[in-house]
Design a protein around this ligand. Structure first.
Ligand SMILES: Cc1cc2nc3c(=O)[nH]c(=O)nc-3n(C[C@H](O)[C@H](O)[C@H](O)COP(=O)(O)OP(=O)(O)OC[C@H]3O[C@@H](n4cnc5c(N)ncnc54)[C@H](O)[C@@H]3O)c2cc1C
Length: 505
């Protein structure tokens, strides 16, 4: 390494999106010296506006929920879904009562709020600073130990930041995965292209669905309509890359977008009184995962590790979940609650299983579509490459009721297979739809058990129980505790929790 000005920090976080802000905030609140570098000047535009209710739990843990609740973002009571010939409304809490709402957010404002909060919690936030190069330890070549960074607004100013831990939350750029580990693998089935724009004066769904996301299938894909607090409506079309390419041979982007929107009477009715006020934006939303999410001294967080098709609005949830898991793992390792190897294994397994569960859920959801005539709908079957058998069991070990049911189905004999899990997940999704479609049955006593079991299953799949604070939710013998501080505990050491005296580390 050449001699340059250098700086030292305990933990370097790359990226000021929700993943980076979550990890940095939680680590700073645990007393670590954290530096976060962000290439852009905030506020900066970002897609990913519809949040799952689980996000509220992470915001709470970071101490920023009140600020988000008070900000004025559009409250999201749930979703309106039109899927093939079926349609239903989904209201958070109608099955579990866990959360009554989430938010639709303008990401530039939401991300800025989280980044400002990180700074207030003691994180050294450097905006307009880009990571150009990562350096690895001379004795352990797998361990990153420093980064060369440069100011993007004052050309030529470069320096090195040395660190003990690297948290790569650089989003789809994926510095570690793409430049050094070269371990990002794309899923063949979810190679989509998204085209979207913003509408003023558009209608909203009628009360009590006002504020809900509308997700509507069309023959070549699906459409989202997300109401935002500045009065605009975000409207996007997702289609398979082959359909997109084929249409682009004879259609402009504008024509392609308008033609797709015209396929949905519901979306058409929403945008009829309005006009589009933005250019069209295009992004490929190919789903991918790195083959390894963590290694000696480093963690891949959020999109830097994996990305899932946006249908279920899971991106910010996964980013904040992995940011939280990283903070817990580093904290527990540094305090010798677990060994470094145990910590890495915990992180790898927890984040991967959360991702895999949502991947299988996504596939089962796509399977519910009942008109499979076009390439988009025919191509939704996961392959061995997309979901290796060894990951299936891992993904489902924390879904206790799910696994028990699967055990019953297979009579304790043969191993849990990918097809079995997919079939079981499809059955659960179908059952869930039946319950949701029949609002009368939903309140009837005889469905209560099925309802609760179904709600509990999806609560775990969707990550509503993401902050598993009990030994029953342990993974690999370890579970997370969040009070009086963040940490990991072995099941065997479940009681008692550390005392204040023990916390004088
Ligand atoms: C079409 C589409 C629709 C989506 N819809 C939704 C939705 O409705 N709901 C949802 O939850 N998710 C959605 N997502 C996913 C969501 O956008 C992401 O999953 C989420 O933003 C991931 O957060 P992150 O913190 O991992 O990364 P990001 O939010 O991307 O943050 C990464 C940050 O790293 C910075 N960075 C990159 N490289 C460097 C570098 N070299 N040096 C310094 N900084 C760097 C970037 O500037 C960026 O600010 C959607 C995605 C797509 C493509």
């Amino acid at each position: 390494m050449t001699t340059r000005n250098s700086q030292k920090t305990q933990i370097l976080v790359i990226g000021g999106g929700p993943g980076g802000s979550t990890a940095a905030t939680l680590l700073a609140r645990e007393g670590f010296d954290v530096t976060l570098v962000e290439r852009d000047a905030f506020p900066r535009y970002h897609i990913g506006e519809s949040l799952l209710p689980s996000v509220l739990d992470f915001l709470e843990l970071m101490g920023v929920r009140d600020k988000v609740e008070a900000y004025g973002f559009q409250r999201k009571p749930g979703g309106h879904i039109e899927w093939g010939s079926q349609q239903w409304d989904l209201f958070f809490n109608e099955l579990t009562g866990a959360h009554t709402h989430s938010f639709q957010v303008i990401r530039s404002e939401f991300d800025q709020l989280l980044l400002d909060h990180a700074q207030e919690q003691g994180v050294n936030v450097l905006q307009c600073v880009e990571v150009n190069k990562i350096h690895f330890d001379k004795t352990d070549e797998r361990r990153p130990c420093a980064a060369t960074v440069s100011r993007v607004d004052e050309e030529g100013q470069r320096w090195d930041i040395h660190f003990d831990y690297l948290v790569d939350a650089s989003g789809r750029t994926g510095i570690m995965a793409n430049r050094y580990l070269r371990n990002r693998k794309y899923h063949e089935v979810f190679k989509n292209v998204a085209v979207w724009g913003y509408w003023a004066d558009a209608d909203r769904l009628p009360t009590p669905k006002e504020g809900a996301i509308a997700t509507v299938s069309i023959p070549n894909g699906w459409i989202w309509a997300i109401p935002l607090h500045d009065g605009t409506l975000s409207v996007g079309v997702v289609m398979h890359k082959d359909s997109f390419k084929e249409k682009q041979n004879h259609q402009s982007l504008e024509e392609l977008y308008q033609e797709a929107l015209a396929e949905s009477p519901t979306v058409n009715a929403l945008i009829a009184p309005g006009q589009r006020i933005s250019d069209l934006k295009v992004e490929t939303d190919y789903s991918y995962a790195s083959t390894q999410f963590a290694g000696p001294g480093y963690f891949l967080v959020g999109d830097a590790a994996c990305f899932l098709d946006p249908l279920l609005s899971t991106g910010v949830h996964l980013a904040m979940l992995s940011g939280m898991l990283t903070a817990v793992t580093i904290t527990a390792t540094e305090r010798n609650d677990v060994t470094a190897a145990e910590g890495l294994e915990f992180y790898e397994n927890s984040y991967r299983s959360a991702y895999m569960r949502l991947l299988v859920f996504l596939t089962a959801f796509y399977h519910q579509y009942d008109g499979k005539e076009s390439i988009f709908w025919m191509a939704r079957r996961l392959t061995h490459h997309d979901i290796p058998e060894q990951n299936v069991k891992l993904a489902f070990t924390t879904l206790m009721s799910g696994v028990e049911d699967l055990m019953d189905v297979r009579e304790g004999a043969e191993p849990i297979t990918r097809d079995l899990v997919l079939d079981e997940m499809s059955r659960r999704v179908a059952e869930n739809l039946k319950i949701r479609q029949d609002k009368m049955a939903m309140t009837a006593a005889y469905t209560t058990d099925i309802r609760q079991e179904n709600a509990s299953f999806f609560g775990k799949v969707e990550g509503l129980d993401a902050i598993a604070r009990t030994p029953e939710n342990a993974l690999g013998g370890l579970y997370i505790f969040t009070s009086p501080r963040l940490g990991l505990a072995h099941i065997s050491q479940a009681q008692p929790l550390p005392t204040d005296a023990q916390l004088n580390y």
